[in-house]
Ligand binder design. Structure first.
Ligand code: FES
Length: 124
């Protein structure tokens, strides 16, 4: 059987799409202006991240991706914890594991302070 150039091109494209599905994606960079950083004891909920200012003033940047199966974790201000809606894993404000099926606490994200604010790296 002889394949034309079009069929080879389609197969090549499909192979590329399949391969790119398994390749790691580069992290997304997010700028957070200094003026929106939380006060001590406060939490800012972002797209893929939590910014936490601990009562001692230390700033933490945590991933919202649950370490169990990857659901998006929410902040529960009434209990001052992070809660995963999928299987109810609970995490302390410093990201530490409290309960549920998650095998560990929330992941800390890379960030750097610049003149414009904080630049966060959100994994792809
Ligand atoms: S995905 Fe979060 S507890 Fe299962």
């Amino acid at each position: 059987m002889v394949m034309g150039g079009g069929a080879i091109g389609v197969l090549g494209f499909m192979g590329f799409r399949l391969a790119s599905h398994f390749l790691p994606r580069p992290p997304r960079k997010v700028l957070v202006k200094e003026k929106v950083l939380p006060a001590p004891g406060g939490v800012k909920v972002g797209d893929g991240y939590f910014l936490v200012r601990l009562s001692g003033g230390q700033l933490l940047v945590l991933s919202r991706r649950c370490p169990h199966l990857g659901c998006t974790v929410n902040y529960q201000p009434s209990q001052n914890i992070f809660l995963c809606p999928c299987h109810q894993s609970r995490f302390a404000l410093n990201g530490a594991y409290l309960s549920g099926p998650a095998p560990r606490g929330l992941y800390e994200l890379r960030w750097e302070k610049t003149e414009s604010g904080l630049i966060l790296e959100i994994p792809g």
